[in-house]
Design a binder for this molecule. Sequence first.
Ligand code: C5P
Length: 211
Amino acid sequence: MTDLVLSLDVTERASALRIARACAEDVDAIKVGYPLVLGAGLGIARDLADLGIPLIADFKVADIPNTNTLICDQVFAAGFSAVIAQAFPGPDSVVACVESAHTHGGECYVVAEMSHPGALTFFSEGVPEAICRLVVETGADGIIAPATRPARIRALRDLIGERKILSPGVGAQGGDPAEVAPLVDGMIVGRAIYGAADPAAAARVYAPYRR
Ligand code: C5P
């Protein structure tokens, strides 16, 4: 029903490679963010990409267009196949990420709404809906929407047409895979897999929900 995206938020190269190798058959993509890149260096991307698993850069890119272009060009040169951007700097900043992604044959996802409780402070009152309109206007490939609030995923799905939804919040944050999997294109799971004694077995828990 959905892809399983491992959010690999460990900070040591050896742990990252051990977990990624163990889970390689049981996940469809790996999401790498600041914790791992700051801990292990950007070269970890090439090491992980060499395993043949698509890599998503969760850098929530949020700068002026020129800087976004410079960041995204480095992301794709490092071996990533997708990047996650923030929408709040505006459409020109998002377009910079989308153009870099598409130039490199990759994808750009935009955060529409976050999954933690405090996210509602600013991601409320029509803001995620406006972000979805921006996603359509800018040609971005999809959105990040919260597995912790399935009703919101349904509402935002109506606004983005055929574009994809990647959804964090299953597992440690309490999102229910059975409810979320039919609604999204990718279910993002971090601690519930990489924090398990047997990460591969933990990843296989989600096998019934994979397409
Ligand atoms: O460990 P857990 O499964 O909660 O990891 C979720 C991952 O998704 C983390 O890397 C977190 O930064 C990221 N994320 C999120 N909510 C968003 C966007 C990204 O939880 N809206």
